[in-house]
Design a protein around this ligand. Structure first.
Ligand SMILES: [Ca+2]
Ligand SMILES: [Ca+2]
Ligand SMILES: [Ca+2]
Ligand SMILES: [Ca+2]
Length: 133
């Protein structure tokens, strides 16, 4: 299952924490959600998600090449998600590849098909939180 990995890649949140539900903390998802929800209506529009994705992309693209190379994403470059998102297999993620992936993530996460992502939908897209013992 794909996740909003790049959305969080350049944030203060741990990159690794955002890769999988086993490592993700639900409160981190809430922080990310609020940051992305620019108009504060507790719902993420496609425009908000893409804007955040592009902002994060530019932050991660330190050398301004318009692509995220392995040196810029660190450990993520060896992650299956990175290779999966790298559709042309050149070892870097272009903005087009990121946007295509974001839109696919978005559609997958929008389970009630209303064109907006609620916090519940975002949480579910990361996987259900583990039951606390
Ligand atoms: Ca919103
Ligand atoms: Ca770059
Ligand atoms: Ca590529
Ligand atoms: Ca929805």
């Amino acid at each position: 299952m794909k996740r909003f990995i790049l959305l969080a890649a350049a944030s203060s949140l741990s990159v690794l924490a955002m890769i999988g539900p086993s490592k993700a903390d639900i409160s981190d998802i809430e922080v990310l959600f609020v940051r992305t929800d620019e108009d504060g209506n507790m719902s993420l529009s496609k425009a908000e998600v893409l804007k955040m994705a592009i902002t994060q992309f530019n932050l991660v693209d330190e050398n301004g090449s318009g692509a995220l190379e392995s040196g810029e994403v660190g450990e993520l470059s060896s992650d299956g998600e990175f290779k999966d998102n790298d559709t042309d297999g050149d070892g870097a993620l272009s903005i087009e590849e990121v946007v295509i992936e974001k839109l696919a993530d978005y559609d997958r996460a929008d389970t009630n098909l209303d064109g907006e992502l609620s916090l519940d939908e975002v949480k579910k897209s990361y996987g259900e939180p583990k039951a606390t013992p």
